[in-house]
Design a protein around this ligand. Sequence first.
Ligand SMILES: O=P(O)(O)OC[C@H]1O[C@](O)(CO)[C@@H](O)[C@@H]1O
Length: 538
Amino acid sequence: MTTALTHSPVWQELLGHDDTEHAGALLGADPGRVERYCLHHEDLRVDLSRHPVTDSTWERLLRLAEERGVPGRIEALFSGASVNESEGRPALHTALRSRPDASIHVDGEDVIPAVYEELQRMAAFVEALRSGDVRGYDGRPLRHVVNIGIGGSEAGVTMAHQALADGDEPLRLHTVSGVDGRELAAVWGRIDPAETLFCVASKSFSTLETLTNARTAWAWLEAEAGRPVPEQFVGISANESAMADFGIPAERRFRIWEWVGGRYSLPSTMGLPLAAVIGMERFNELRRGMRAMDEHFRSAPAAQNIPLLLGLLGVWQISLRGATGHVVLPYHPGLRRLPAYLQQLDMESLGKSVTRDGQPVDYPTGTSCWGEVGINGQHSFFQWLHQGTGRVIAEFLVPVEEGGLPERHAGLNLASALGQVQALCQGQAPQGSGPEAEHHRYEGGRPVTLILFRRLDAYTLGRLLALHEHRVFVQASLWGINPFDQWGVELGKRVAKGLAPVARGEAPPPAEADAATRQALRWAGCWGAGESSDGTGV
Ligand SMILES: O=P(O)(O)OC[C@H]1O[C@](O)(CO)[C@@H](O)[C@@H]1O
């Protein structure tokens, strides 16, 4: 039985114990605070000193982790227990980047050999692709990879490609997600069909957007070549038979498993389009970084365990102190898709209102997660962060080695980030008094997490991604919710399916369509043309 957080005696203790102070004051009063509240993983430095947490709260939070059984949940996650209860399966993304000599059993079978067999098939294909041995229908080597996928079958590849590719690679990546055909049409203009590999990436191989785009791409290539060209298609899925039915040749089908959540799938064959561009070596560096963070999470003592402490702080800020969001602020243009990537991880995983065994929760769980490259955010929503009435956790991610920037630009990112962090925390009283002066008041005390790292490379990106996966897992464990299902996305998809024939003008609205939907479709000209509305419009 999963109990609600509010049943926890330590949580009740925390609720009754408010010794929080302005974090700026805490920093000023305690010279050892920064050192005590800074955590390290190799060259990664996570500074939590600007959260208003005191030592006694910290001690209670560590007890809360014990009381909520977090250490046991961590072991269950890594050992392949059925931690995704509502879907009756494990969540083994850590197996995708484990050592080849590890062994993790699911239903009595070690999954690691199959993981490595598939990664080796992928490596051989990537190698052949990059060396020009995979050729298009007219014999020329392939130079373009179009990833057709959405959500977890797209976000990781796009985000990591932007972070890690330098533009000199032998292959170009293009991504197509949307269902209206515009992205595909734009891609047509940038590729040569005879030089293009299409990767159809879909765990289920049944997603409307992906399958629609894949069929259009197939037909387009067939029209260009004058024959079907299955050898220029790759499938990545847990649904082998659907890939076969689509027409993807057996040697071009790459497998993932039901126990890999889409948003956790980047280190699997889902990463093939990324590996095709950046190479297997760097892809494996990303996996190695993830594994390093996995090992830290599994073995570091609680008081130094970065994902554990970030998860505890997140729950404390959200459920007890009323934070309503998590804003992700990378100070590197290559990380511009990181907020969107973490948004899916955070909000699909933590957007739940019932405990793992279906009991309603009576406390806030996951919040909104959003963000932007920090330097751009400064000129847009930072006003709200500094002087608005809302409270969110602001997470700054800053590489400190900039690598050969022109002198004029050197140091500006770091100074900007540190300046904002200090201002958000310390605030500033206005000069003078009266209503005029109040416009210049900065309260400070905004909760800030500052993550510094040496440079953005595949290994560090891997560590950052796994850090957040595990932070989310800790929050879910404390709240007693399942971070591995996403039932909330199903209803909208089902209703939309019923409306597609109406939107195409092929059928009247189904009985399930409510009055507002019917009216919207009528207004859009999809049905009822020439019929006079009776006032209710339905
Ligand atoms: O990989 P698939 O099965 O195409 O699903 C794509 C995405 O759609 C979702 O199911 C949400 O609709 C995500 O969880 C998933 O990452």
